[in-house]
Design a protein around this ligand. Structure first.
Ligand code: AMP
Ligand code: MG
Length: 282
């Protein structure tokens, strides 16, 4: 999934269990794997998928609805256009963006519950689960670890984390990365919660003094411009935290907080671009 995964547990058995499950989920969802279900779906425009993939696509649709379209896995053709897929970055013309936008919109993804058939309703559509696949993989691995009777384990997939139980009788300690230097800005204690961060430093390019980041606003077709350097979300599971963090990046602070409150037990920490000040809500 394009990242490093760390598993920590006092129980050695947790390590192979977690990695096996993450590899299984990666095999279904990764766009870097030609034979993954997502790659096959993107090539064919329709595919009968596994229960895992179908569940995640249903969740993606739910997040799309609840975020008023800010969260949208169908931005993949736009990511290609801006060069975020292959690293050949460019600022496209308004015309190009308008044309590609006709192939974007989760409303144009049909999901048939009866046979797990997924179908794209417009030409040129493609999906990218980069905003939730890691969260889902972490949750799936934690489920397997728990099923093996293990009560304490931390899984970190490049900043998408679930902290199960405790570490030597205290909450697991997690660092919020400074968005502008190799340092930890703040440390938080977490137990039985998922955490995810979306940041403008993860993948971006500059033209002039503008920073263009890898999270796109599906309404405009441009990189999100809400002046957020990073947003960290704590939620009941890592998938929810992952989806909310990406959504807030697009929605901005005010609408983003409102959105987060629609989910139980969430906490949001935003570092703003202008003063790099860190604020937590609620
Ligand atoms: P994350 O680091 O979880 O915020 O995910 C960012 C990744 O999600 C990007 O690199 C894209 O692959 C994808 N993405 C970009 N914009 C959106 C969006 N508006 N909704 C859903 N996924 C997106
Ligand atoms: Mg995310």
């Amino acid at each position: 999934m394009g990242t490093f995964v760390t598993v920590k547990s006092p129980d050695k058995e947790a390590i192979p269990i977690a990695f096996d499950e993450i590899e299984r989920v990666e095999g279904l969802l990764s766009k870097f794997k030609e034979e993954s279900e997502i790659s096959r779906l993107n090539r064919a425009g329709e595919l009968q998928v596994s229960d895992d993939t179908f569940y995640l696509l249903r969740k993606a649709k739910e997040f799309w609805q609840k975020s008023n379209g800010a969260f949208d896995i169908s931005v993949a053709p736009l990511l290609d256009l801006w060069g975020f897929t292959n690293g050949e970055y460019r600022v496209p013309s308004q015309d190009e963006i308008m044309k590609i936008l006709t192939s974007v919109g989760t409303d144009k993804i049909s999901l048939n519950d009866k046979d797990n058939l997924v179908k794209f309703d417009a030409e040129g559509m493609k999906i990218d689960l980069g905003a939730i696949a890691k969260g889902y993989a972490v949750d799936s691995a934690i489920k397997k670890v728990k099923a093996a009777g293990i009560n304490n384990c931390l899984i970190d997939a490049g900043g998408d984390i679930y902290a199960l139980g405790v570490r030597s009788n205290a909450a697991w300690s997690i660092g919020i990365q400074d968005p502008r230097e190799e340092a930890i800005k703040e440390t938080i204690g977490i137990s039985n919660r998922g955490v995810a961060t979306s940041g403008d430093y993860e993948r971006y390019f500059r033209r002039g003094n503008r920073r263009y980041t890898h999270i796109l606003d599906p309404k405009t077709g441009y990189p999100a411009r809400k002046m957020i350097a990073s947003v960290t979300v704590i939620a009941r599971d890592c998938l929810t935290a992952d989806a909310i963090a990406t959504s807030i990046f697009v929605l901005g602070k005010n609408k983003g907080e409102e959105f987060a409150q629609r989910f139980a037990d969430t906490q949001v920490t935003i570092i703003s671009r202008d003063d790099l000040d860190l604020k937590s809500y609620p």
